[in-house]
Ligand binder design. Structure first.
Ligand code: ACO
Length: 402
């Protein structure tokens, strides 16, 4: 591949592959996907086993360092993250500058980018200790940043992290807790959120991860590269789909719950009407994450005592799709986002926080990819070519002559 690329460049030819449908941008040893078989493995471990038996913090370690941690390594890693959960007091004031009704995604990505301004002793990509420090800082501070973006939107005071709690518990308390009241942690919610974070933790060269790598390929620091990834994630064709799915289900319910009518509009390709949460660039079979999320949705809603007619509408849509030639012939199945929003909603998260939750889960994957790229001496700056379609050459016309 590399030799072919060089040969084409030397002879003045380029490959043209819009959307990089068939172009590998890198070699990577982090995540394996077989889209036809519906297989996903992190560092060789099947996603089903990790979802069932591991924890998000352990999976973060696995993705970033390549191996499951020993008990001592896990304790050390957890401890280090605990010590960095606080945000600089000046950075806390940063949130005041945003309007109350802002979407939390730009607030979060701005705050993550601002880490480069507040933590200048961990910006050098060529210093392994600084890379390590920025890794820990990001893992520790993103939950605090995400919770503060939520608190800002509801006008409640920020809570300091409580480091007797684990990462997910701490995030839930900072999000839903109030200073004067003790916050009751529901283990069922903690377990479900931890599992959802595991399922989102990496997915090889998706749009946001490729963005992180591309930004980082210029040797930009880790914070700033991850901020770029958060922005890429926000789009409705990527991480923003979990919010879009819920809005679609709400629209269908508001219109009387007629799934057939909606599906006909999808199949007729009415502008802007898609079955959100369906389809995937790589999976041409049931997304293995969606299987796990669907099972979790039933369990979590039941254990929280929530009955949600949107879940029935979602299942109805899936039922129609799995038996309809439009979806069968295009091999469109539910992706990870189809059922996640229903769980987040049952936990009490507003729709606008859904993509922020995706970012929390995806963070270790972004970090792992940035580090893999950064540690590889053969990494070149990402710089695609183009097929130029503009004017060849024309003479400048003076303002008075136009
Ligand atoms: N609803 C209806 N039709 C669809 C859908 C859908 N969700 N997804 C794809 N199609 C159709 C396309 O219209 C196209 O039809 P055609 O061959 O008649 O033109 C065909 O299926 C192929 O789809 P493409 O858009 O070419 O596939 P691509 O790989 O470029 O896009 C994507 C993948 C962006 C995920 C797409 O399926 C989509 O928009 N899905 C809805 C948004 C979504 O759920 N995104 C989340 C992705 S997963 C993630 O980020 C976690």
């Amino acid at each position: 591949g590399v030799a072919l690329g060089k040969f084409l460049a030397d002879t003045g030819m380029t490959t043209f592959d819009p959307g990089f449908v068939n172009t590998s941008s890198t070699k990577s040893a982090i995540t394996y996907i077989d889209g036809d078989a519906g297989i996903l493995r992190y560092r060789g471990y099947p996603i089903e086993q990790l979802a069932r038996s591991s924890t998000f913090i352990e999976v973060s370690y696995l993705l970033i360092y390549g191996e499951l941690p020993t008990p001592a390594q896990l304790e050390d890693f957890t401890d280090k993250i605990r010590r960095h959960t606080l945000l600089h007091e000046d950075l806390k004031r940063f949130f005041d500058g945003f309007p109350r009704n802002a979407h939390p995604m730009p607030v979060v990505s701005s705050a993550v980018n601002a880490l480069s301004a507040y933590y200048q002793d961990s910006l050098d990509p060529k210093d392994p200790e600084q890379v390590e420090l920025s890794t820990i800082r990001l893992l520790a501070k993103l939950p605090t940043i995400a919770a503060y973006a939520y608190k800002k939107s509801v006008g409640q005071p920020f809570l300091y992290p409580d480091n007797s709690l684990n990462l997910v518990e701490n995030f839930l308390r900072m999000t839903f807790g109030l200073p004067a009241e003790p916050y009751e942690i529901d283990p069922a919610v903690v377990d479900a959120l931890d599992m959802l974070f595991i399922l989102h933790a990496d997915h090889e060269q998706n749009c946001s991860t490729s963005t992180v790598r591309l930004v980082g390929s210029s040797q930009a620091n880790l914070f700033t590269s991850i901020s770029g990834g958060i922005n890429a994630l926000w789009g409705p064709l990527h991480g923003g789909a979990n919010q879009a799915v819920l809005e679609m289900l709400e629209d269908i319910r508001a219109g009387g719950g007629d799934t057939t009518d909606f599906m006909n509009r999808v199949k007729n390709k009415e502008p802007g009407v898609k079955l959100m949460g369906f389809g995937h660039r790589v999976y041409k079979n049931y997304d293995p994450r969606a299987k796990l999320v669907k099972a979790a949705a039933d369990k979590v809603l039941e254990s929280l005592g929530v009955s949600d007619e949107l879940l029935d509408i979602a299942k109805g849509l899936e039922e129609v799709a799995l038996n309809d030639d439009y979806f069968i012939s295009r091999r469109l199945y539910p992706n990870v986002d189809f059922y996640t929003g229903l769980i987040y909603r049952a936990m009490g998260f507003p729709t606008r926080m859904f993509t922020v939750l995706f970012a929390l889960g995806r963070l270790p994957g972004w970090i792992a990819h940035w580090r893999e790229m950064n540690a590889d001496p053969s990494t070149k700056i990402g710089r695609p070519r183009q097929v130029y379609t503009g004017y060849t050459e024309r003479d400048y016309v003076d303002l008075s002559g136009r």
